[in-house]
Design a protein around this ligand. Sequence first.
Ligand SMILES: [Fe+2]
Length: 253
Amino acid sequence: MATRLFHISDVHFGVENRAALSEVADAVRAERPDALVCTGDLTQRATHRQYAAAEEWFGQFDIPVWLDVGNHDMPYYSPWERFSDPFRRFRKLMRAAAVEALETDDLVLIPLLTTVSAQWRWPWSDGVIKRSALEETAKRLERFRHDPRTIVVTAHHPLHGPKAGGPNRTIGGDAALKTLAERGVNAILSGHIHNPFNEVRAAGRREVQVIGAGTLSTRLRNGAPPSYNVLTCRKGAGIEVETRIIGKAAHSS
Ligand SMILES: [Fe+2]
């Protein structure tokens, strides 16, 4: 037996791709994966209407739904709320449609917050790993220090920099990847860049598999079509990634 997860990201309700969402929902019903994971940017502008659409869509499934918060999921038109309680609307969605913890016989999922409502540089949409966020994730990891299962951290922003080199746009990403690897994390799931990937990255003296899902919105980047990942994981092993292009046959990597 193995655990199968559908990994989607960047749905951006408000500018969502309806055909893509229908295809994923049909696949969930037909194939019944163990969980549906969405690594953030659930909405376009975090309006109540967009959150209601997200709640209706994610709430339709009878399998566990796992959600991360993205930079688009904090109020855009309500600056007071953005700075006083940026994740209030996201927490309401979590209560309505998602689980707070997820473990199977093969893997454990732990979230890492990479989204901030403001920062000392532009754009604010880039990821930042605050010390408090990393400590929170590390605290949750403590329970699984000697666990033989595959330990997976989920985040909206990729923690690593570009493959070709150049600066890492996620502040604190390299250090966080190393810290997490040292604490036994085997894989990181993320979104944000609207392009799927599956790589192994060195992190200190260890290696971490980094997996990104594409978008299910109409905001396409660098020519990448809408897509999602099907992840298959056996206890303590690496994760097999099948990237499904919406409307096309699947391919594996
Ligand atoms: Fe994003």
